[in-house]
Design a protein around this ligand. Sequence first.
Ligand code: NAP
Length: 314
Amino acid sequence: MTQSSALPLQRVGMNGPLVTRIALGCMGLTGTWNPQEFGPSHRARAITAFKAALEAGINFFDHADIYGGGTCEEVFKDCLQAVPGSRDRIVIATKCGIRPGFYQLDAPYIAECVKRSLKRMGIDYIDLLQLHRPDPLAHPAETARALNDLLRRGIVLHVGVSNYYPEQIRALQRYLDAPLVSNQISISLGRLQSIYEGWDGGDGTLDQCMALGLTPLAYSPLTRGFLTGKREVPTSDERMSKLVQQLDEIAHKYAATPAQVALAWLLRHPAGIVPLVGSASPDHIREAVGAVSVTLSREDWYVLWTAAWGRRVP
Ligand SMILES: NC(=O)c1ccc[n+]([C@@H]2O[C@H](COP(=O)([O-])OP(=O)(O)OC[C@H]3O[C@@H](n4cnc5c(N)ncnc54)[C@H](OP(=O)(O)O)[C@@H]3O)[C@@H](O)[C@H]2O)c1
């Protein structure tokens, strides 16, 4: 791992780009999913968040064609224009394959999606294209055909997946000309399935990432805000209430905030997880970046894991 001025950098996969250990998730960049209501306030919100992320040292931005009904990619063109020269300094990830009511990963559709994403963002290449969710009706050979073509033409520099189980990754990799670099998954103290195989439906995804050299990109790393301690937890969710309390105690010990400890918990895992923090608030973005200064002890990491899991390790 090398060090930038503020944030440590790490490589995505075995040959992917160097990215900061905290990334900005751009799903809520405009604050609307309705393109009809998009206006100057949504644009201003996005540009403010983008500038704050850059100033905090973040170089990695995660999009999808569907975010904000297309408005998040579209407004990113304005963000890039607002900070001249920023395109060459950052790593842009986006995703394709989700349509209303179904998934689609056949070759012509992937090619069409990429063309539209490039146009919306006003860029001529995508650093990391991710397949948003596996499509049971697309044979991996068919999907790989489109990806191989985009890689060969230099339109897409690297390919990753999202929400893929280990066997689906193996199937796709078989037909790809380049190694997959990442798997974007839901992982946080509120969502533990990928950590361990065999316990409570654990699927071994993180182990596979380490075995094949893929970087896990953590989506919803703050469990949609609950782990910050600032979002009200439903009274019926006792385990989450106890976890938030535990996060608060450990945060005091490290002179950090609960959100920083929740992110530091992901950063401490040896798979090199990159949390994609979903925020448009400059204060929250700066807070997230502060997580890289928190190194949890083995004991505290386990205290949080078992609190989140709701039982002791056997
Ligand atoms: N691949 C997939 O299927 C998939 C699915 C979902 C998401 N994603 C990716 O993951 C990213 C993050 O996901 P997410 O938005 O669900 O999860 P998240 O980061 O766990 O939570 C985001 C929520 O937490 C709040 N928040 C963040 N930092 C905070 C802080 N310090 N204090 C208080 N509140 C804070 C945000 O509000 P503020 O804006 O007010 O900060 C927002 O409401 C997305 O942007 C997207 O890139 C991918």
